[in-house]
Ligand binder design. Structure first.
Ligand SMILES: NC(=O)c1ccc[n+]([C@@H]2O[C@H](COP(=O)([O-])OP(=O)(O)OC[C@H]3O[C@@H](n4cnc5c(N)ncnc54)[C@H](OP(=O)(O)O)[C@@H]3O)[C@@H](O)[C@H]2O)c1
Length: 336
């Protein structure tokens, strides 16, 4: 028996309890992993806050990285001692997949990585980038792959393109770095002057404080000579999408990703979507192939994830409180 943090019902931060879990020897096609780090996402906060119904005793956190400690019969992709990263949609290996098959994401509904050890099919992991710490690796599963999908797989961002990223959460900071690596000009928004300075240090070309400039869509138009941006990495949701559409160039690609700005239902501004012939492409993280490609891309471009604070596994509730305070810049992680 090893340690596992479990979410008891009713789901809330006070019902995260350090308990135990079994990690049996790996069967055919499986590997056993000593989990060394996990990363927190906005979505994990919704799970532990009870906004997504999950089974009593769920082990939270979708993103895990660690070291292979045993391999089952027939496993050739990994060997003991190798560093691996979990995938977000274990069934989605490559190409097209139906929504009905995306049923077993770790951290809800399937068991997640807030635990010492885990035994799973080898295909539920990819190798970690060379030279990455476990915490850096763990930050890739959800935020990294989502940004890669938006910027590279779907967006096909070209040198010279203009990309708008919103706020300083995990997805946006990866998107900023992938877009810069592709040769794009990046316009970044944030709610604070401090964070805007840090965005600049990461390579953002233009900065907008979305609290001070409520009509930031207009500001983006002004920065792009009236044209608008080629790509919007839309993480704000119903409360930001109108400004995102205003900021977009005719024919722009809008990656529809999240709702950090709140879920309140707004009227979809159809007229502007039609007038600008906008290309709306929703993202649901990505496939194992996206993750493999991203690891290769990261190694070629020397991108490092932006890490915020790290917490001990027993302090997972505090890690979520920190994430939900909005004070973080980049990924909040747990060392295990
Ligand atoms: N569809 C998918 O595949 C997918 C995958 C991953 C994540 N998501 C979603 O994408 C969103 C971002 O995820 P994350 O993990 O990167 O979140 P996160 O790390 O928790 O991001 C929090 C940041 O969002 C920014 N923010 C808050 N309100 C904002 C607003 N009105 N406008 C612009 N920025 C705002 C803040 O940045 P500042 O403090 O700088 O203002 C805040 O620090 C979430 O809604 C998440 O559920 C979706």
């Amino acid at each position: 028996m090893t340690r596992a943090m479990r979410l008891r019902q009713p789901a809330n931060l006070d019902n995260l309890r350090m308990e135990t879990a079994e990690a049996p020897p790996p069967g055919p096609g499986e590997i056993k992993v000593r989990v060394r780090a996990a990363a927190l996402n906005f979505r994990d906060g919704l799970v532990v806050g009870g906004f997504f119904p999950v089974a009593d005793g769920l082990i939270p956190l979708s993103d895990g990285a660690g070291e292979v400690i045993a391999v089952g019969e027939g496993v050739t992709a990994f060997a003991p001692g190798e560093r691996v990263v979990s995938t977000f949609h274990p069934n989605w290996l490559d190409g097209h997949i139906e929504k009905s098959e995306l049923t077993n994401s770790p951290g809800g509904p399937a068991q997640g990585f807030a635990c010492d050890e885990t035994t799973r099919p080898a295909t539920h992991f990819t190798r970690a980038p060379a030279g990455y710490s476990f915490a850096e690796s763990a930050s890739l599963t959800c935020a990294g792959v989502t940004a890669w999908r938006a910027v590279v797989t779907d967006g096909r961002v070209k040198p010279g393109a203009t990309v708008l990223v919103q706020g300083t959460g995990g997805v946006s900071l990866f998107a900023l770095q992938f877009a810069k690596a592709a040769g794009a000009t990046v316009i970044a928004t944030s709610s604070s002057a401090d964070k805007l300075e840090r965005l600049k240090a990461l390579g953002a070309d233009h900065l907008i404080n979305y609290r001070e400039t409520e009509q930031w869509g207009e500001a983006v138009l002004a920065l792009t000579g009236g044209l608008g941006v080629d790509h919007v990495i839309e993480v704000g949701g119903p409360n930001t999408i109108g400004q995102s559409f205003a900021a977009a160039r005719t024919g722009a690609h809008i990656a529809i990703i999240g709702a950090v700005g709140g879920f309140q239902v707004d009227t979809m501004p159809f007229a502007i979507v039609q007038a600008k012939r906008l290309n709306l492409q929703a993202v649901t993280v990505g496939s194992r192939r996206d993750q493999i490609d991203m690891v290769r891309g990261i190694e070629a471009s020397n991108i490092r994830p932006v890490l915020d604070r790290s917490f001990a596994l027993e302090d997972l509730a505090d890690a979520f409180r920190h994430l939900q305070s909005g004070r973080h810049f980049g990924k909040v992680t747990v060392e295990i």
